[in-house]
Design a protein. Structure first.
Length: 364
């Protein structure tokens, strides 16, 4: 299973354009609501200069980046939580993701219609967030009723869940996102199976252009994001879609001519990776350097399972080399001679940038 970040927003805000820019794909883009009925899923490589620095030393035949999946979900509208505009289906698609990229229109263009005929980022965000809250309220209410019916079974565990759900219900009644509710790790774990929408980590993507109105709209969105401690990433989605279609030299020349220092797309991918709470470890060899994504806090045996179930079944030990040590000493032999190579067991917590060699044995 991949780590999925759902792209949501009102219709015609630029979600499919952003998805195409991220994936260099061919998601349908049209000037009418619900042109994306079924969600498009794209696998996107995570930019990481470390893998290329390792490649300079090893010269492998193949390089494989870590990746995350972006899911382009159809536009939500007011009433989505009650099924308006196929809302229940679309909300279900969001529930299947681990994080959310909320695209907000921050530009004026008479040639692109707005579903409510006015560009107001605060109104647009409130519309989407309200539907997420209402959907979570419905989920919470039904879950409480269902658990109370089963109270005879595993009473203590169910009572723990009910206490957290009651806390969530009271918060949602105030029309507040669950991410603004103070829940500890144990409480979050107790309700993880309910996949609450407003508990998912979120970043706002401001789809902008070069006019003065965009700056005003962007500032407005920044103020909104402060409330739930989310990040805002501004992006010229149409421009970046054109850029990713260019070859490397054309892209470099264009960015230099227009003083574009970084692609906003890369910031979205990096932050998507971050809010999914992922880290990267590497396996390094002449045939291949491979970057692997795992949740922060994963053990070496969990990292081994990420590569192949046989690695975890027959796990013996893990050889760990820190990325900076490998870059400094230029080879595994040198790293070992300097005493910088460690042998760890199955409970070792893998750190970001670790170069791992798994020793395993699977008997027939």
């Amino acid at each position: 299973m991949g780590f999925k970040c759902g792209i949501i927003g009102l219709p015609n805000v630029g979600k499919s354009t952003l998805f195409n820019a991220l994936t260099k794909g061919n998601s349908t883009v049209a000037n009418f609501p619900f042109c994306t009925i079924k969600p498009n899923i794209g696998i996107v490589s995570v930019p990481d200069i470390r893998i290329y620095e390792l490649a300079k030393i090893i010269s492998p035949k193949k390089i494989v980046n870590a990746y995350i999946e972006f899911v382009d979900i159809a536009g939500l509208v007011k009433g989505a939580s009650k099924g308006e505009g196929l809302g229940n289906q679309f909300l279900s698609n969001i529930r299947d993701t681990q994080a959310i990229a909320h695209v907000v229109r921050c530009f004026k263009d008479d040639n692109i219609s707005h579903i409510y005929n006015e560009i107001k980022p605060k109104h647009d965000v409130d519309t989407i967030n309200s539907e997420l809250i209402l959907s979570d309220f419905d989920t919470c209410e039904k879950s409480i009723l269902r658990l109370k019916k089963n109270l005879k079974n595993d009473v203590k565990e169910i009572e723990k869940k009910l206490n957290v759900l009651d806390k969530c219900m009271n918060h949602l009644k105030q029309f507040l996102m669950l991410k603004t509710l103070k829940l500890n790790k144990i409480e979050k774990q107790l309700i993880s199976d309910f996949r609450f929408l407003t508990l998912k980590p979120t970043m706002y993507i401001a789809n902008i252009n070069e006019d003065k109105d965009s700056l005003i709209f962007l500032n407005e969105l920044n103020e909104i994001a402060k409330i739930d401690n989310s990040l805002v990433i501004p992006i010229f989605s149409n421009l970046e879609l054109d850029l990713v279609k260019m070859d490397r030299q054309e892209q470099k020349d264009f960015m230099k001519a227009f003083n574009i220092k970084n692609l906003g797309l890369n910031e979205i991918i990096k932050y998507g990776y971050k809010i999914l709470n992922l880290i990267t470890f590497f396996t390094v060899g002449i045939k291949e350097i491979h970057a692997w994504s795992i949740p922060k806090g994963s053990t070496s045996i969990q990292a081994a399972h990420k590569i192949h179930s046989d690695f975890s079944k027959g796990f013996i030990r893990a050889q760990i080399i820190k990325y900076l040590d490998f870059i400094q000493y230029k080879s595994e032999i040198q790293v070992k001679e300097m005493g910088k190579c460690k042998i760890e067991g199955k409970n070792y917590i893998v750190e970001d940038g670790d170069i791992v060699n798994f020793l395993f044995n699977v008997s027939n």
